[in-house]
Design a protein around this ligand. Structure first.
Ligand SMILES: Nc1ncnc2c1ncn2[C@@H]1O[C@H](COP(=O)(O)OP(=O)(O)OP(=O)(O)O)[C@@H](O)[C@H]1O
Ligand SMILES: [Mg+2]
Length: 415
């Protein structure tokens, strides 16, 4: 018998187990908590951001199926909300079969964490436009795939996120191809598979810009938020803004792709007798010739969607919690706030080693319309997102310049 150290004064209606307690998880925990749910925040390290705003925190390796099963048995959640990809997904499927709601369905989690399954579903079953691609399971197959797809092309492990293990090949030279294979194998996600990760070889798309269309699946059906513009660098998002100024035709196509994608995932989940509920971050490429391609989708709030903390009446985190609690999320719920025309977000990314201490908050918050999230991460090793600047403006340029000013006002000391 395990005693849970929850908040005893809180009505114990819905129990939520959050798997991953980073900055996105922290906002999800707050939103569930606001609606009366009891939240347990799990991560592989102590004092993760969501731990400080949850009723209970657990520290364990979520890719370890036995440990995850044990924690689910102890916590007895009604809803499991994965925030990261490196989770023992077989256990999530078992939990779903046992009647626990898994966001956004265990089937969607499994498909979206595997680029091969996702791309096959999107391009070959749903007919969504994507970059030309091939898969490869060894170096020889990869060389053949590079020859077929042509250069420049991008190599990605099918099991990876945040740009890890990716490289761009400009010439189909054997040494370059071998190096890319090595990078993919060394930086892929190891937890959930064997010795080798298959790779996807994708034609390098001539990007004009990138969009995220947050798409919400709830008891009211599937609805899209206003498009989010974003800038990526080294596998991380550096800036996002909403609404992105896009031609009406592009917006229509982007929305159609997003809805088709989420419907396709829902149909997959239905085969498993699961509902597919929550927020999906559909990533799209808009090419220089105006075509819109599907890139990938996160079956959870998206990092570029953090701009909705300022821009929408209900942030992507609030929408995720509502959809999962069975609240109908209608088109009206997805509205932008009225007090500005455009909003921007910019993460504070710091490189180094040690415990961070951030100063300059007063100056940062004196920038017009400024808001700030400091995530409270206890330590950094390498480079890490420590906070988020939010601002609005009369133009996109003004909002983006303000977030830059906010970030420039902050100083981080490492000890
Ligand atoms: N085929 C491509 N052509 C051009 N640019 C690409 C291509 N694939 C990826 N990129 C660039 O790299 C970024 C990251 O790629 P992708 O979204 O596939 O990987 P990821 O590891 O899942 O990243 P994240 O977890 O940050 O979303 C894209 O947003 C885009 O800027
Ligand atoms: Mg991506």
């Amino acid at each position: 018998m395990v005693t849970l150290l929850g908040n005893p004064s809180k009505p114990d209606n819905t129990r939520v187990l959050l798997l991953g307690s980073g900055e996105l998880g922290k906002e999800v925990a707050i939103e569930f908590s606001r609606l009366g749910a009891w939240v347990c925040a799990a991560d592989s390290y102590a004092n993760a951001p969501a731990a400080s705003v949850s009723d209970e925190a657990r520290v364990f390796d979520m890719a370890d199926g036995n440990r995850l099963t044990q924690v689910i048995d102890e916590v007895q959640p009604n809803i499991i909300v994965p925030e990261i990809e490196a989770i023992a997904t077989g256990v999530l499927a078992q939990a779903a079969a046992a009647g626990i709601t898994v966001a956004a369905s265990s089937r969607a989690i499994e498909i979206c964490m595997d680029r091969e399954r996702l791309r096959t579903l999107a391009a070959e079953e749903l007919g969504l436009p994507t970059t030309p691609y091939r898969f490869a399971g060894n170096l020889q197959e990869m060389q053949a795939a590079v020859n077929t797809v042509g250069t420049p092309c991008v190599i990605k492990p099918v099991m990876s996120s945040s740009g890890h293990g990716q490289s761009v090949i400009h010439y189909p030279d054997a040494t370059v191809v071998a190096d890319a294979w090595e990078i993919a194998q060394n930086e892929r996600r190891v937890a959930t598979e064997g010795d080798v990760s298959r790779v996807i070889v994708e034609a390098f798309a001539p990007l004009d810009y990138e969009l995220t269309v947050l798409t919400v699946s709830s008891t009211a059906g599937i609805e899209c938020c206003a498009p989010i513009g974003q800038r990526q660098e080294d596998g991380d998002y550096r800036e996002s803004w909403q609404p992105a100024a896009v031609p009406e035709e592009t917006l229509q196509t982007a929305r159609e792709i997003a809805v088709t994608c989420v419907k396709g995932l829902a149909a997959q989940a239905a085969q498993n007798e699961e509902e597919c509920r929550g927020v999906f971050g559909v990533e799209l490429f808009v090419l220089t010739d105006g075509r819109v391609l599907f890139n990938e989708v996160s079956p959870r709030p998206h990092d570029t969607g953090m701009v909705t903390l300022a821009s929408q009446n209900f942030s992507e985190f609030a929408l995720h919690a509502r959809a999962l609690l069975g609240v109908p999320v209608t088109a009206e719920t997805l509205g932008l706030r009225r007090e500005a025309t455009t909003w921007a977000s910019r993460p504070l990314i710091v490189a180094g080693y040690g415990r961070p201490e951030i100063t300059g908050v007063n100056t940062a918050l004196s920038v017009p319309t400024a808001d700030l999230r400091l995530f409270g991460k206890p330590e950094i090793r390498g480079h890490r997102r420590l906070g988020l600047a939010l601002a609005s403006g009369n133009t996109q340029a003004e909002a983006r310049a303000r977030t830059q000013e906010i970030v420039n006002s902050l100083e981080t000391q490492l000890s």
